[in-house]
Design a protein around this ligand. Structure first.
Ligand code: ADP
Ligand code: MG
Length: 698
């Protein structure tokens, strides 16, 4: 044996050969898996090959274990092996690509670490971490090999860059020979080598957060073909090396480091996969439950059993949990399946309690307040990181709840910047953002269960809903159902409620509380229904919904009568009926499902859609914020203003004069003032100088 081959023995060359062998020889049911994958890399111009750790384990246990113990060198060897195979397989492609990457997935359980569980012992190791992507930087270019040109003689010098700092040459080799001690250099970017680079933040999943704890997170670095493989709101498993970077602190003592993950492989969990493991035994229990006649009552009973009453609201929430079926029409138009519900009510009517409960049983449920828990608020934002000055795209609550339910308390306290984007979020279920060079569209396919407090502290039943809530009607109209929760003394209800609450406090639970589904099972039941059941409308159900719609519309026919219902409500009805069918895992939407949907819609329309002045049903109260009778009154006032301006030869008129004249013809002063405010707000009137008004359009 020659000495040369001996040196090869101790170098990691044999590891490279082992990987080459593995790629060539590994055979599964699919045939020579890695040979095929390597040839397909050429077709798709890919520079990465994904290795299943389990395959490696089956082929060579020692190699698989070595990879876990010494990941950096082993993966380097595997990457070289890809290059080796490629040299034979496709010399042309081999020439074109400088570096190939071996990526690894399917690590054993021992390599899975929670974000909270990351410790010093994991540094330098390959670990798998699960979480949700909350913020992401734009793609940048990292310098790995810099070329510098000497200002004196033009010689170019190459400097390989290390992880920290910008390494420059200090002396030019040509000038040095002529006795110079220092040289000046210019950086030559077009001859230097860069890598695509991106940083994002992976956070603990909200539903896995220990209650009362703040979520923890870790920075992840993506390079080359991995950049842009995740978006904010994605749930992902990242396999990578745990590295550390120096913390810039004024701390005395030994230096401190902050961990970050250098990604090797990224697996994004699909929206349908609800991160819940449903075993075959679970499926059996789920199917058994679904066959019970009282399954729907059972589900409704399970929603916040400690809260007394509110049967209709709980029923509506049950439909929200299951949701309708999203649709994409042949022309590309999408209709959401998610149901949005708003609860408006007096303080202390258990709104917050209900929301918290729902977030605990909903798949991917999130509880937040209108202000949101981060700078990103409810939708999304571009934020600047203080320590680095970098801009990040950060996901808000609706993006984080993608594929689940966002329970938003104090909805009326929403940030003004969210008010604009929430329209898109609730209807198209996406959020578009363009700021500081970041342009992105994020998914927000979530149901919204929102709670709001009345604008005047207490709900005023003699005022339309739009006046009671401090939110634009365009947002109100995005809700499928709105419920009002008032706290008025009512002897009978008060006695019942008190008994219920006192019983709960003394741990004497009413009978029906025993008749509930265990929370974990309900969660799985809902996840199963959302994933596998896609009910279709039966002919009878269609007819029922159609008849209801046409009948309600006909109430809006004829001169001057209010419109009771719009196509928006028809879509809501279909969603509600589908959700009602899903509650029993039924593939068909029956007449009963349609009736249940109509019943919920009627409750909503009667509570909220009533023109408080004429006591007639009028969806415009919700949709435009004005009932027909009110609109007529506003027209009269506008007419009056127009005539007064005409009489004044087009010059601005005094606001107080308008009010005086309007009161003379029978209007209430406060009403006129309110109308003037609103008209000014909406831009129909302007105030050229204090106390004077003019019509915007003459
Ligand atoms: P809100 O958010 O509407 O202001 P909360 O959810 O904070 O109200 O409720 C206040 C308290 O009153 C809670 O402890 C809640 O359990 C109790 N409560 C209110 N209404 C009911 C009810 N119908 N049944 C049981 N408890 C109730
Ligand atoms: Mg509250």
């Amino acid at each position: 044996m020659s000495t040369e081959s001996e040196t090869i023995q101790v170098k990691p060359y044999n590891v490279v050969n082992k990987f080459v062998e593995f790629f060539k020889a590994f055979e599964s049911e699919e045939g020579f898996k890695y040979r095929k994958l390597i040839s397909s890399m050429v077709l798709d111009s890919k520079i990465s090959l994904v290795i299943d750790w389990q395959d490696l384990l089956a082929y060579d246990e020692e190699l698989a274990n070595k990879l876990i113990d010494n990941p950096k060198e082993m993966l380097e060897a595997a990457s070289q092996a890809i290059k080796e195979v490629m040299r034979v397989e496709n010399p042309e492609f081999y020439e074109k690509v400088e570096y190939f990457h071996a990526r690894i997935r399917g690590l054993p359980d021992t390599c899975h670490v929670s974000i909270r569980g990351i410790r010093a012992l994991h540094i330098g190791r390959l670990i798998a971490v699960e979480g949700i992507v909350t913020k992401i930087s734009p793609v940048k270019q990292q310098l790995i090999e810099g070329v510098f040109r000497c200002r004196t003689c033009g010689t170019e010098v190459k400097v390989v860059q290390q992880d920290q700092g910008f390494a420059k040459p200090s002396i030019c080799p040509v000038c040095e020979k002529q006795g110079k001690k220092r040289s000046e250099f210019d950086f030559v970017p077009e001859k230097s080598r860069f890598l695509d680079w991106q940083r994002f933040v992976l956070q603990e999943k909200p539903e896995e957060l220990p209650s009362g704890q703040l979520p923890r997170s870790i920075d992840v670095i993506l390079k080359e073909d991995l950049v842009d493989s995740v978006r904010p709101g994605d749930r992902a498993t990242i396999i990578g090396f745990l590295s550390i970077s120096r913390e810039r602190t004024r701390n005395e003592g030994a230096p401190l480091f902050k961990p970050y993950l250098e990604a090797n492989y990224v697996e994004v969990v699909s929206k349908e996969n609800l991160d819940l493991e449903i075993t075959p035994e679970d499926v059996e229990k789920i199917l058994e439950l679904s066959r019970r006649k009282d399954i729907r009552e059972l589900i409704i009973n399970t929603i916040a059993p400690s809260i007394y009453g509110y049967e209709k609201i709980k029923k509506a929430i049950a439909t929200l949990l299951f949701g309708g079926v999203p649709k994409v029409y042949p022309d590309g138009v999408k209709v959401r399946g998610d149901i949005h519900i708003l609860l408006v009510g007096d303080p202390g009517t258990a709104k917050s309690q209900i929301l918290r409960y729902v977030s605990s049983i909903a798949p991917r449920g999130i509880y937040t307040t209108g202000k949101g828990s981060t700078a990103a608020g409810l939708t999304a934002a571009v934020v600047r990181e203080k320590s680095t000055g970098d801009f990040f795209l950060e996901a808000g609550a609706l993006v984080l709840a993608d594929g689940g339910v966002a329970c938003i308390d104090e909805f009326d306290k929403m940030d003004p910047k969210d008010r604009v984007s929430i329209h898109e979020a609730m209807e198209q279920q996406t959020i578009s953002i363009a700021k500081a060079g970041i342009v992105a569209t994020l998914n927000a396919r979530a149901s919204v269960l929102a709670a709001a407090n009345p604008a005047f502290g207490r709900y005023m039943l003699n005022r339309p809903v739009s006046e009671n809530i401090d939110l634009p009607v365009t947002i109100l109209s995005r809700f499928d159902l709105i419920f009002i929760m008032t706290d008025r003394p009512d002897k009978e209800r008060d006695v019942e409620l008190a008994r219920h609450v006192l019983d709960f406090h003394s741990e004497k639970y009413p009978e029906y509380v025993e008749n509930v589904i265990p929370r974990d099972l309900l969660k799985k039941y809902i996840a199963y229904a959302r994933k596998y059941v896609r009910p279709k409308l039966s002919e009878e159900a269609k007819k029922k919904l159609m008849d209801f719609y046409v009948e309600m519309r006909s109430k809006g026919e004829g001169e001057g009568s209010p419109i009771a219902i719009t196509p928006r409500q028809l879509e809501a009805l279909i969603r509600l009926a589908e959700a009602h069918a899903r509650m029993a895992l039924s593939e068909v939407v029956t007449v009963e499902d349609a009736e249940a949907a109509i019943d919920l819609m009627n409750t909503f329309l009667h509570e909220v859609g009533i023109d408080v002045e004429t006591r007639r049903l009028d969806i415009d109260v919700v949709m435009t914020g004005q009932s027909k009778s009110q609109r007529e009154k506003i027209m009269i006032i506008m007419d009056l203003i127009r005539r007064m301006i005409e009489d004044n030869e087009g010059e601005p008129i005094r606001r107080e004069d308008v009010i005086k004249r309007a009161v003379e013809i029978g209007f209430e002063e406060s009403f006129v003032r309110r109308v003037l405010d609103k008209l000014q707000e909406s831009g129909e009137l302007m105030e050229p100088r204090p106390g004077y008004i003019l019509r915007t359009v003459a």
